[in-house]
Write a protein that binds this ligand. Structure first.
Ligand code: FAD
Length: 476
């Protein structure tokens, strides 16, 4: 018997479990893999530690928009954060921009290149702050057990894409594209990406700061797992949930290879499409079924990690290579790629004087399309672009490597197609339109990247924190 069974040990599941255990519930967390963490993990190749997912956390430093969540989960005192010297470098066909920390500093840098667009840039900057404030108000209300009307004050933006909003304020296509550079963090081009999460994300990375935790995503996972155990919670790894029983409209038990666990509450912190289709004995309630059928998948990535025999001191932590000024970005196009040098923010990932690089391109979540051969060809194209645009032959310095494709992500985190963002961040599936945390089935709650808050470390942690509080009926 457990008060709460959490299914899935990614960040959303861990956060829900920690909060429920902190509030005195007996919690069992079931994780299919041998380790918890889901995407928030790392792996080793020889002397090198490769970060599986995280580029940067947003807004977790004191005063930042996500600091309250970070602190509530006990992460502030357990995790050391580092700020990269500059946010990133962006290499465009006719621009090479060093992006500074700070929203105003970034807007000023863009305005230097596009003086005629200064007013539009200022208006967009203001919209970013408004979108973020609306999100924070909404989130804090949910953390306190209330729900506000959807995105009060920003309802007019809910149907818009990021591209449409940018086009309303900027005329120059080059300025439009450069303002939209961060859209890649949500895996979509601005022509498709919903405006609300895009604008809010800009404020929390650019204004509140992007940071990296020493030890990477794994350090966050380890800190949460440690707290869960300290509050008396149990973690069962190698233990996939195989079924969920209901009785009189409420969840009543979870089946696992280690036996049947009677329970009053369940947190579904895995892909909800698979949960309702394969695990819940009664399937989804009709209203939810229609919604789940219509859900479209977020993108995945092809990602190449390299252990390097040198540390490439002339390059910053993160470089966006953008081959064209466009709002419509095709997934799988190496013209839009990212290079990260992990050792620049976390020297513990490799021996002194050496380095860890990763190169990433977003691709559709279609494992059968991204065969080993096609993924290798994309990796070669990324290496070639880095050689041409940055003058660095990463291949020549590589002494360890690993390549991931959608099938890899599907294998390790169990998401359909290997999506790394849950459902696609388009207007009909974003903001208050994302899957709600409370399910219509009694005692069942959702957490993780598919639910309210959206994809990413902080949104997943936030949904878990809200789920843990809600199921305990405890606002704070
Ligand atoms: C390459 C990459 C780069 C990223 N970059 C960033 C970034 O820079 N910043 C950022 O904020 N976010 C980033 N993200 C996104 C972020 O990692 C995710 O949004 C977040 O970690 C998802 O958390 P989650 O709670 O949804 O769980 P997931 O990480 O999806 O984990 C789900 C867990 O459920 C388990 N599971 C599945 N089925 C079952 C079952 N039946 N029973 C038990 N367990 C089950 C899986 O094994 C897995 O451990 C990135 C992701 C990737 C992959």
């Amino acid at each position: 018997m457990a008060d709460v069974v959490v299914i899935g040990g990614g960040l959303g599941g861990l956060a829900a479990a920690v909060e429920a255990a902190r509030l005195g519930r007996e919690v069992v967390l079931c994780e299919a893999q041998p380790h918890v963490g889901g995407y928030a993990t790392c792996f080793r190749r020889g002397d090198f530690r490769f970060e599986a997912s995280l580029h940067l956390l947003d807004g977790v430093e004191p005063g930042g928009s996500n600091a309250a969540v970070w602190e509530a989960l006990g992460l502030r005192e357990r995790i050391a954060l580092v700020r990269p010297e500059e946010m990133r470098r962006e290499v465009w066909p006719a621009h090479d921009l060093e992006v500074p920390h700070g929203l105003d500093a970034w807007i000023d840098a863009l305005a230097t290149h596009f003086p005629d667009e200064a007013d539009g840039l200022a208006r967009l900057s203001e919209l970013c702050v408004q979108a973020q404030s609306a999100y924070v108000r909404d989130r804090d209300a949910r953390l306190a057990g209330e729900v506000l009307p959807p995105m009060r004050g920003l309802a007019s933006l809910l149907d818009a894409t990021a591209g449409e909003v940018i086009e309303r304020h900027l005329r120059d296509p080059q300025a439009q594209a450069m303002f939209s550079a961060l859209s890649g963090y949500l895996g979509l081009g601005p022509a498709e990406l919903a405006a609300v999460p895009f604008l809010s994300m800009i404020a929390s990375y650019q204004r509140d700061g992007g940071t990296f935790p020493i030890g990477g995503g794994q350090a966050i996972t380890d800190a949460l797992a440690e707290q869960l155990r300290a509050h008396g919670g149990k973690i069962w790894t190698d233990c996939p949930a195989t079924g969920v029983e209901t009785a009189r409209g409420r969840v009543s038990a979870v089946h696992t290879p280690r036996g049947r666990i009677p329970t009053r509450d369940v947190v579904c912190a895995i892909a909800p499409t698979l949960f309702y289709e394969n695990l819940l004995d009664c399937g989804p309630p009709r209203r939810l079924a229609r919604r789940l059928e219509r859900l479209t998948l977020g993108t995945s990535v092809v990602k190449l990690w390299l252990g390097l025999d040198r540390d490439l001191p002339d390059l910053p932590y993160e470089v966006f290579l953008r081959g064209a000024y466009t709002l419509r970005i095709e997934a799988g196009d190496p013209q839009h790629m990212t290079l990260v040098l992990q050792h620049r923010v976390d020297p513990t990932c490799c021996p002194p004087g050496q380095g860890v690089a990763s190169l990433t391109v977003a691709v559709e979540a279609e494992p059968e399309e991204w065969t080993v051969e096609r993924s290798q060809a994309l990796a070669e194209a990324m290496l070639s672009r880095a050689r041409i645009e940055l003058g660095v032959d990463l291949n020549a310095h590589a002494v360890a490597r690993s390549l991931s494709r959608p099938a890899t992500f599907a294998h390790y985190a169990g998401h359909p197609g290997g999506t790394i963002h849950g459902s696609r961040a388009i207007p009909s599936q974003s903001g208050p339109r994302r899957l709600p945390i409370a399910s219509p089935v009694g005692g069942l709650h959702h957490a993780g990247a598919w639910t309210y808050g959206g994809s990413g470390y902080l949104p997943s942690l936030t949904s878990g924190l809200i789920a843990g509080r809600t199921l305990c009926g405890a606002p704070s």
